[in-house]
Design a protein around this ligand. Structure first.
Ligand code: PA5
Length: 448
């Protein structure tokens, strides 16, 4: 199976190969520090050797559970937010039939998500759907105390218990949380739920290859062994013992760092396959939370092309010149569909007759590449053969590694997220949570 391929040659009008290569010493030094566990946040490096340390038995246990549950339920609600949501969501979306929610029942349960927002309408719509379904719940929270999933879980648990009775409901709930701390761990113990552990040394956005991602992905019917195998391959290829020119994570981190130093402060992740939309959402969390701190960091944005070529394409072509693009380029789609010949040719499309839609997509990709370069937007391409468990595993680990090295090169701790606490504190104060009374008074004064 092919490895992902990173192409930096289209950066040359903006930064030279020498400029990228000049980053080598610093990038390789950070990579070594990461592997020697001497860099910042090194108590959060559990993801680093995770692909090679996941055991066959663990994967087998999860796969077995998934085949048992598929006999019991039509729908699975995965409750979580941020790193406890996006990894599973992005892999499931990338691998599923685009309209899977309309063609149920499938062989495996349809996976839906909750607890990733505070929208009352979302929750009411979901409950309406669940009224007619046989379903189970996987609730995921490392801290076990995050407000959004905690509220969603309380409501869903009540709904499931009312529908199925307490005993059956208990058997249809899996909790994935900290080994010992947090409200969810306590509740799971009391209620007797099946539980899985999120290791202490793995932060939310690096947790997709733990049960956090693996359980929902397996439940949706996808091959978690190949996902992990892809990640293992990238683990082999991105260590400090792989020389810089052959090390994709080091090269990508070096290119980003060189671009940032030249004022390219926004990176847009581009896809030409809408199934990768949520992959970009996962990527944005990974890079945004890892790099955006201490007044520094590249802003991670994303677009789905060609859709967004008809909207944001204008800005990319001619707006503020502080952006660069990283394109995930998929060589071969899963399906083939040829544009038919039409005898009247009223739409004047016969020049495309006999071509696959993907050929047109590829020409759009190349056309946009050249147009954007001409417009002053540097381009990095990351090629994968096809969208599969294996290639997604590669992409996930590749980006995790590149993100961590990039954070080190930027001089920040890529494994913390102190900035996400500010809104929570204010929300608790405004809601009158015990212990936040004084802050609440101050905030209400400011809001009046
Ligand atoms: O990456 C992170 O740490 C965050 O996005 C968390 O995953 C998110 O806030 C959810 O936290 P928890 O799993 O503790 O509910």
């Amino acid at each position: 199976m092919e490895n992902l391929n990173i192409i930096t040659k289209h950066l040359v009008p903006f930064i030279s190969e020498e400029e990228i290569a000049s980053q080598e010493p610093v990038i390789m030094q950070h990579l070594e520090a990461m592997h020697a566990r001497t860099g910042r946040g090194s108590d959060f490096l559990g993801w680093l050797n995770l692909p090679s340390s996941v055991t066959g038995e663990e994967l087998e246990r999860i796969t077995r559970l998934a085949s048992e549950w598929k006999e019991e339920i039509d729908l699975l609600v995965v409750v979580g937010i941020g790193g406890s949501y996006l990894g599973a969501k992005c892999v499931i979306e990338a691998l599923s039939h685009t309209f899977s929610h309309l063609i149920m029942p499938g062989q495996y349960p349809l996976v839906l998500f909750a607890g990733q927002n505070l929208s009352e309408d979302y929750m009411v719509d979901l409950l309406e759907l669940l009224d007619h379904m046989s379903y189970g719940i996987v609730v995921i929270s490392k801290s076990g105390t995050t407000t959004e999933p905690a509220i969603a879980f309380r409501i869903l648990k009540n709904h499931l218990e009312e529908r199925e009775g307490i005993e059956t409901a208990r058997k249809r709930i899996i909790a994935i949380t900290d080994r010992s701390k947090g409200a969810l761990r306590q509740m799971a113990g009391k209620e007797g739920y099946t539980t899985f552990v999120i290791p202490d040394d793995i932060g939310g956005r690096y947790s997709v290859l733990t049960p956090v991602g693996l359980i929902p992905i397996a439940m949706a019917g996808f091959d978690i062994k190949n996902l992990v195998k892809g990640a293992q391959r990238m683990e082999e290829l991105t260590g400090p013992d792989t020389a810089f020119p052959h090390n994709p994570a080091a090269r990508y981190a070096a290119a980003r760092n060189a671009l940032y130093r030249k004022g390219k402060t926004t990176e847009i992740l581009v896809n030409y396959q809408p199934k990768l939309h949520f992959f970009s959402e996962w990527w944005k969390q990974l890079f945004g939370e890892s790099e955006g701190k201490e007044g520094k960091g590249i802003f991670p944005a994303s677009v789905d092309f060609t859709t967004d070529l008809h909207s944001l394409g204008q800005y990319i072509q001619e707006g503020l010149r502080n952006i660069f693009e990283t394109v995930i380029s998929v060589k071969e789609p899963e399906n083939k569909l040829v544009i038919p010949r039409d005898k009247n040719n009223l739409d004047q499309l016969n020049y495309l007759a006999g071509k696959r839609i993907d050929e047109v997509n590829k020409m759009a990709e190349m056309g946009a590449l050249i147009a954007h370069i001409d417009g002053g937007v540097p381009n990095i391409s990351i090629e994968i053969e096809r969208i599969s468990e294996y290639s997604l595993g590669q992409l996930i680990y590749f980006f995790e590694k590149a993100c961590a090295v990039s954070g080190y090169a930027l001089g920040v701790n890529p494994f913390d997220q102190p900035g996400v606490e500010a809104y929570k504190k204010n929300m608790f104060a405004l809601l009158g949570k015990p212990g936040f009374e004084k802050e609440g008074q101050e905030l209400w004064k400011r809001l009046k």
